[in-house]
Design a protein around this ligand. Sequence first.
Ligand SMILES: [Fe+2]
Length: 422
Amino acid sequence: MTSSIHRNVAARLVPAWLILSVVLGALTYWIESRRVDDFVFDLATEAAVHFDTPANVAMLYDDPERHRPELREFLEQSDFVGLKLYSSEQRLLIEVWETENRELAVASAARRHDFPVAGGRHYNELRVGGTLYVQALIPLMSSGQQILGYLEGIYWVAPQTLKAIAHRVGDALLIVLSAVALITLALYPVIVVLNRSALRLSDALLASNVELMRTLGSAIAKRDSDTHAHNFRVTLYAVRLAQALRRPNDEIAALIAGAFLHDVGKIGIPDGILLKPGKLSVAEFETIKTHVSIGEDIVGQSNWLAKARDVVAFHHEKYDGTGYLRGVKGEAIPFNARLFAIVDVFDALTSQRPYKPALPLDEVMRMLAQGRGAHFDPKILDVFVPLAAELLREYAAGEESDLKGCLAKFEGRYFSRPSPVG
Ligand SMILES: [Fe+2]
């Protein structure tokens, strides 16, 4: 149990640690990148001061090329590698570059960008030849808050700046990963202890449920002395047949509960009819039939026992539709009930009862073959036939305590407790 708890807790904590680390790492990177963008905007805002008078912008409108030398000088004193000025109608008036960089000029022109509204700003990141540039756009405002034009500054992010960002991101990531790892390690023993106690409670709950099933089975056994051993045998036969049919574990668990409790409804049948040695009248047989619906009601009272319903409610149905209580046929009868019908009749025929001896196996198999496609599902019967002799050898003469031990092993395998770690 301990190693599976460690495995389960680790299997959930490690992915959570990784996901949290990736998310926090990406957040750290985004915050650091924003710092560079903010820095570039500050520079652009500073540069805009030189252009935000109507006179300055008007002179560019008139003859931009005449002002190229001044702009180039201004650019050399700034931290930008390129500047562009646009009219208020978003027409490019002039662009100047610190050094000739055709590739950068083409890339910056190709990048479609927005023209921000008053008070707004816009930026793009450009990667040209492995170098990062930030393209920032801000509106040039008059003192009356009119947009006079737009300034676009192209800023070269120096390799040392990128390196500094990478270092800061790396440091922040290291701190984040270490903090998350430490918290995970600190929580680990707490979660393991909580899980262990939850598993103990789950085991106790499962044991109680199995007890409940056994107690109900015993209750009906007190009324009919043969029923207890019959319950154990048919349940064992049913599980072995289901295994041969490769049924899923949850269906086998439902089959165990259903097989063990199939006749639990007989609790509600009066002794005078249930224990009557002679032949039953038609009315008495109608009363006997009601053990199916009474049983269905009983198992329906408990969520855990409700899994037994398919067998309890349909165990007297026949494949050709001539059974009771509902008279359904073929695959309308739940699979577990079709399977159970075979082992129930097999056990009745191979067991000694006060009113009849145990029949020899070959005669029993002949009788079962006669019911193929009529009482029994032919496909399930075909899997049962080669198993029958072995099952009879293993369980038919078994003491009740031996049968109980065999069944307990199957219960341990198929009744899974609810897992507290999901
Ligand atoms: Fe029955």
